[in-house]
Write a protein that binds this ligand. Structure first.
Ligand code: NAG
Ligand code: NAG
Length: 552
C-alpha cells in the first residue's frame, strides 16, 4: 500500500486514545478517532525579514508558525495562548469544520481571545486530506505573520496516487510590508489604500535566506501556500519541472508545469525530482505576477553534493500574459480515479449531473464612501461585527444582522450601503456561485466551510450563455479561486454543511474594507438529526451584545 507521506504519524506530541467516551451536550458519544493536542503561545518576536527590524507574530517563538500536521478524522485540541497586546483569533483556511462553525475563528463566528488569555479550539479533520494554512484573522495581524502550514495526511489504509516522496517541504510564499500592521490598519481606517508591498518572503525569509537541501535523483513534495496580502505569485525552480499533484485537498490529474501561478490564499502540492546531472544550487523563485514593478522572493535548492554555489545568476523566466494563466487554471483537473479522504469519493460524485437549485452572483467593486475607500459586494460593504453573527443568531439577539442584508445578485440602481452582510443558503441546495469582477485587478475569493468545484472562468460579464463552457466532468474541488480582471469565475457547491460561513476576498485590505459576506445555512429542525449543527462548545466565549444578553 502506498501512502502519501514519508512520516505518516508526524512528530508532534500526539496522544492517541482509541476509544474515548465523552459526555457532550448530555449525550454519550463514542469516538474512535484519535485525539491530537497542541499548545500554542502567540507572541511578538523581533525579526528583520527584509533588512528592517520588525515586530512579527510568532507561534511558540517560530515565524512562520509550526506546521500543523495531522491526519484525516483526527480530533484536534489546540490551546491558543494570546501574548499579543490585542485580541486574537486563528482561522484554519480550507479546513471545513463540518457542522461546527463555532471553531472557524473569524470575526463573524467567534469572540476574540483577549490579551493574556487562552482559548482551546476543538475540531475534527472530518473527511479531509491535503495542504492548507492557518493565520490570525483579526486586526490585520496577518500582515505581521502568525501564519503556518496545515498538512492533513490520509489515513493509512487510503492509497495515494503517487509514490511517497523522499521528504515533504513547507513552502510558504507571500508578499510582505516593512510597515507595522497597526500602522497599516490606521492607513486603511483613514480611508487610504496600501501601496505596493516591499518584497516577497519564502518561509518568512528575505531573498536567498532560506534553502532546501536535497539529494540528487530523489523526488520531494513541496506544499506551497500563498500566505501574502495582495499579490499573485508565480512559482518556479530553475532547471526543474513541477509535477502538480494536489490542490487544497483534491488530487489532480498529474501534470508538469515549468511555472505555477499561486493566487493569494491558494495551496498546491508539487512533486519535484532532482534530475539535474551536475549537482549545483538552483534558484527557487516566487515573483509577483500581474503587477509592476515585479517583486522577487528567492530561495535556494541545494543539492547535497554541490560545492559550486548558484548555477547561474539568471532567474528562470516567468510568463507575462494573462492568457497563459487562464489556460493553466483550466488545465488543473481532478483525478477521477484517485481517492482522497475516503476511497474515491470525488470520482463517484457526479456533480455535473445535479440540477442547480439557485444561482448567486457576487460582484465586487471599489468605491469611496464619505471620502473613504471601501470595497463592496453587490453594492454592500460589510462591517466587522462587534457581536459575532453566529452568536447573535444562536442567542436570538435582534439588530445585529438580518439575513438578506446583501442581495444575491448585483443590482445596478442600488445605492452603496454598509451592513453586516448575510445571505441565506438552503440546506442541501446545490448552488451555482458566480464571482463577477468588473475591476481590472485580479480577485481571489474564499468560502469557509466548503470545497467547491471551479467549473468555469472567462472574460467579460457572466450570462446564462457562459454555462455552456462549464467543465461538468472533472473540475477541481478547492477552497480559494481567482477571478481575473474584468472576468467571471463560477463555482458549484452543495450546501450540505450547516453553519454561518465567511465568504471573503483573500486580499486582506479588500476584506478589511468590506469585501466579504456570510452565508447562513440552516438545517431545518427535525430534518436529518445527524446533520444538525454542533451545539456551542462548553468554553464558548461571549462578547459584545452577547455579554449583556447573557447577564440579563
Ligand atoms: C490518478 O490516480 C490513479 C489512482 O491512484 C493513479 O494510478 C493515476 O496515475 C492518476 N492519474 C493521473 C493522470 O494523475
Ligand atoms: C433542489 O432541486 C432538487 C431537484 O429539483 C429538489 O429535489 C430539491 O428539493 C431542491 N433542494 C433545495 C434545498 O431546494
Amino acid at each position: 500500500m502506498r501512502s502519501c507521506s514519508v512520516d505518516q504519524l508526524g512528530s508532534g506530541e500526539m496522544a492517541i486514545a482509541l476509544c474515548i467516551m465523552i459526555i457532550f451536550g448530555g449525550t454519550l458519544v463514542v469516538a474512535n478517532d484519535p485525539y491530537q493536542y497542541e499548545d500554542w503561545t502567540v507572541s511578538y518576536i523581533d525579526a528583520s525579514p527584509l533588512g528592517v527590524m520588525q515586530k512579527v507574530i510568532a507561534i511558540n517563538d517560530q515565524f512562520p508558525g509550526p506546521q500543523l500536521e495531522t491526519t484525516t478524522n483526527y480530533n484536534l485540541v489546540i490551546r491558543v495562548h494570546n501574548e499579543l497586546d490585542e485580541p486574537l483569533l486563528i482561522t484554519w483556511d480550507g479546513i471545513q469544520q463540518r457542522k461546527n462553525a463555532w471553531q472557524d475563528g473569524v470575526a463573524g463566528t467567534n469572540c476574540p481571545i483577549q490579551p493574556g488569555r487562552s482559548w482551546t479550539y476543538n475540531f475534527k479533520m472530518k473527511d479531509q486530506i491535503g495542504s492548507y494554512y492557518y493565520y490570525p484573522s483579526l486586526l490585520f495581524q496577518k500582515a505581521a505573520g502568525g501564519f503556518g502550514s496545515i498538512r492533513v495526511n490520509p489515513r493509512r489504509n487510503i492509497p495515494c496516487p503517487f509514490a511517497p516522496p523522499a521528504a515533504d517541504f513547507v513552502v510558504l510564499i507571500g508578499d510582505w510590508y516593512k510597515t507595522d500592521h497597526k500602522t497599516m490598519r490606521s492607513v486603511l481606517d483613514e480611508g487610504r489604500l496600501l501601496g505596493s508591498p516591499d518584497g516577497v518572503l519564502i518561509n518568512g525569509r528575505g531573498p536567498l535566506e532560506s534553502s532546501f537541501t536535497v539529494e540528487q535523483g530523489k523526488t520531494y513534495r513541496l506544499r506551497i501556500s500563498n500566505v501574502g496580502l495582495t499579490q499573485t505569485l508565480n512559482f518556479r525552480i530553475q532547471g526543474h519541472r513541477l509535477l502538480l499533484v494536489e490542490t487544497e485537498g483534491s488530487y489532480v490529474a498529474q501534470t508538469y508545469y515549468s511555472t505555477l501561478d499561486v493566487h493569494v490564499g491558494q495551496s498546491y502540492s508539487v512533486l519535484v525530482t532532482m534530475d539535474q546531472s551536475i549537482p549545483a544550487d538552483f534558484h527557487i523563485v516566487a515573483s509577483s505576477r500581474f503587477t509592476w514593478p515585479t517583486l522577487y522572493g528567492l530561495a535556494v535548492l541545494h543539492y547535497s553534493t554541490s560545492h559550486r554555489g548558484l548555477v547561474s545568476r539568471d532567474l528562470p523566466p516567468a510568463p507575462n500574459d494573462v492568457q497563459s494563466s487562464y489556460e493553466q487554471a483550466r488545465s488543473i483537473r481532478m483525478n477521477l480515479t484517485a481517492g482522497a479522504a475516503r476511497p474515491n469519493p470525488q470520482g463517484s460524485y457526479h456533480y455535473g449531473q445535479i440540477k442547480v437549485n439557485k444561482t448567486y452572483v457576487f460582484a465586487n467593486s471599489a468605491l469611496k464612501v464619505k471620502g473613504k475607500q471601501r470595497f463592496m459586494v453587490n453594492g454592500v460593504s460589510s462591517l466587522r461585527p462587534s457581536t459575532p453573527l453566529k452568536l447573535a443568531d444562536y442567542l436570538k439577539i435582534d439588530g445585529v444582522f438580518h439575513v438578506g442584508s446583501i442581495p444575491d445578485h448585483p443590482i445596478d440602481w442600488a445605492t452603496p450601503s454598509v451592513a453586516s452582510s448575510v445571505v441565506a443558503g438552503d440546506f442541501r441546495a446545490f448552488v451555482e456561485i458566480v464571482f463577477q469582477n468588473p475591476e481590472n485587478a485580479l480577485q481571489s475569493w474564499h468560502i469557509n466551510g466548503y470545497a467547491f468545484f471551479v467549473v468555469g472562468m472567462g472574460p467579460g460579464r457572466w450570462s446564462r450563455e457562459s454555462q455552456r463552457g462549464y467543465n461538468l466532468v472533472d473540475a477541481v474541488a478547492r477552497t480559494t479561486t481567482q477571478v481575473y480582471g474584468n472576468a467571471w469565475t463560477t463555482v458549484l457547491v452543495e450546501l450540505d454543511n450547516p453553519g454561518l460561513w465567511n465568504i471573503r476576498s483573500q486580499e486582506l485590505q479588500r476584506q478589511w474594507l468590506g469585501q466579504e459576506l456570510y452565508l447562513r445555512v440552516v438545517n431545518p429542525a427535525g430534518n436529518d438529526v445527524k446533520m444538525q449543527e454542533e451545539p456551542p462548545p462548553h468554553n464558548l466565549l461571549l462578547c459584545g451584545r452577547a455579554l449583556i444578553h447573557d447577564a440579563g
